[in-house]
Design a protein around this ligand. Sequence first.
Ligand code: HEM
Length: 217
Amino acid sequence: MTTSTMAHDEVVPFSRQLWESTASAHGSAETSTNMAKLVKGELSRDAFIAMQRQLYFLYQTLEQEMAANLDDPIIKAFHDERLDRTAALSADLLALTGEIPDADEIDPVTAKFCELIRSTAKEWAPALIAHHYTLYLGDLSGGQQIRGVVEGAYGIGKESGTAFFYFDELGDLAEFKNQYRSALDEIGFDADQRKRFIEEVHASYALSSALVAELEL
Ligand code: HEM
């Protein structure tokens, strides 16, 4: 590592470095065909339900792994049950389809994503927070915009299919996100750990995008 890289890492808060180095991945995810359709209310109701069914498996895995790794101080610091989405997704799917999916209904992309989360947790637990960050901060950002579109497009609400998008217990979401970013800054990762974490965020963006891309148009 060069001296200038070291100086950069020390000066730039990690949350900012993370955002800067993943901004283009975010841009690709945001503008991918199905995401663009979802944001415009043009994704079919069936495709939306198919997406939420896969997210059910994904969040269940992430939330199980977070809970299973609480002996790691970094996981403990970020673990917050108010973020958990499994129960909300179950309620939404019951309201929308009358059932929650069986384990064998997981798609290959989602299965790969869940496997990555599990193997990451075994390899270096703090990298789980990379997935935590990508999924929950996304839900607290673009997800809030998507909620209104989805409710308008499919004529549903919190009690009938969009509980996933509601984080009432968190209060002011902008404030929560600021605190989350400060917590990232306070972890004190060294340059190699920052790099490893950022790579994991890239993997999370790639799989999130693939999950949305495979939906039937
Ligand atoms: C797979 C899709 C997506 C993922 C995984 C994702 C993830 C994220 C993440 C992790 C952040 C937090 C960045 C940070 O502060 O460090 C974020 C911010 C943001 N996202 Fe997304 N996003 C996605 C799609 C979208 C879409 C479709 C929109 C537009 C409706 C959107 C709008 C935004 C906005 C406006 C912010 C900034 C919010 C703020 O700074 O408070 N995102 N997203």
